[in-house]
Design a protein around this ligand. Sequence first.
Ligand SMILES: [Ca+2]
Ligand SMILES: [Ca+2]
Length: 178
Amino acid sequence: MFILYGSCTGKAGVQASKRVNPGTPVEHYHREYPMGDLNNDKVQDTAVVVFDMMYDPEECVDPLCKVEIRFSGTLPSFTMDMSMGAFAVKTEDLNNDSANELLLISRTWEGMWNRVYVKSFKNKKWETLAEGKIFGIDDEDFENRIVKKGPNEFILVVDEYNTETTEYVRTDKTIKTK
Ligand SMILES: [Ca+2]
Ligand SMILES: [Ca+2]
C-alpha cells in the first residue's frame, strides 16, 4: 500500500514544470480504496486515486502535480495540486450525518512531510473538515490519527515542527463540526 512512498529523498527544489525526459518510464497509478458509505445512500463507495509519476528522477508528470480522486457511483471527483502522490483511508462518521468521512494523505515535496485532509461529502460537494501535516508514513495506522470525541467533535493528530528542538511533535487538533 505504501510502496509509492518508498524513497523520500526530500525533493524540496523540484520544479512544478513538466520536464519529462524521453524514455523515462511513467508509472500510472490507479488505486482503489474501499471507503464505506460516503454519501449515506446505503451503497458502499470506493475512492480511486489517479496520478502519473516518474521515479528516475522522481517527478510528477502533470505540470501542476495534480492528483485526482475519483469515486464509484455518482460521487463527483476532485483534484489536489502540488501532490507527489496520495492515498485514501476509510474513517468513521465524524460529523454525525450517517456518512463516513474520507481521510486523504498527500505526499509533499518537503522531505518526509505529508498533508492530511479529512473530507466530507455535504450538500452535494466535498468539504474539508480538517487538515494538517504529518511527518513520515512508514507502517502507520492512519486511522489512529483520528479520535472521535462526540457526535460533532473529533481530534486530528498532526505533527508540528518545533524550531527550537528541530524535532516534530505530535499535536492534537480539536475539530468541531457544528
Ligand atoms: Ca454511498
Ligand atoms: Ca459524516
